[in-house]
Design a binder for this molecule. Sequence first.
Ligand code: FES
Length: 246
Amino acid sequence: MTHAAQETFGEETVREAAEIIARYPQSRSALLPMLHLVQSVQGFVSPEGMRFCAEQLELSEAEVAAVATFYTMYKRSPCGQHLVSVCTNTLCAAMGGDAIYAKLREKLGLGERLEGNEETAGEPGEPGSLTLEHAECLAACDLAPVLQVDYEYFDKQTPESAAELVDRLRAGEAPAPSRGPGLRGFRSAERQLAGFFDGEAALESVVDGSSQAVETLRGAQIAAEHGWVAPEAEDVPIPEVEEGAK
Ligand code: FES
């Protein structure tokens, strides 16, 4: 094991990193789940975590940093026990997402807005600590405004319902999401994103939760009731493209 890995990560994490790498024909393809593995251990992607990935994957630290700093799911500072992501994209914002975000900042006693997207209330990693972030569209616009806790959905929120949710999380409870599996904390979610489900019981809880909302299926149901179907591909006329426009 190399120096950085020895200092920050134990033998078990190195073994799991090797397991991830073995899933891919080229080791560099393992970088995304490796970064999730790092987050599951540290609660964020630290400089040591980037070095660890670089060493294990035989990449340069610059290559790892370029990826880790591009995707917002990779956090640059330690996250709380839970990550609360409030959608403030166009539709959710219009339906109250901005008001929810403002209410939660006030509720969590977050003062002046600092740099970066994430703000943490409480000691990161300790029970009841929460990291709050703005999120771009969470692909649940039909259930706006939505937020996620550890990437599980809480649909059709209001400032009041979101504040109550945060109170329960701060008290150490694990309120049931609107759909999908139950909450197990940010680091546990990160282990799953790295591809580790820690036993059959955890795996069952991942696949058992209903992932569909009634509203999401309604359009397909109406189409089925009316016998509406999408036209076959060959029925769609292909527009002429003028020579100079190619
Ligand atoms: S705008 Fe919030 S889920 Fe799409």
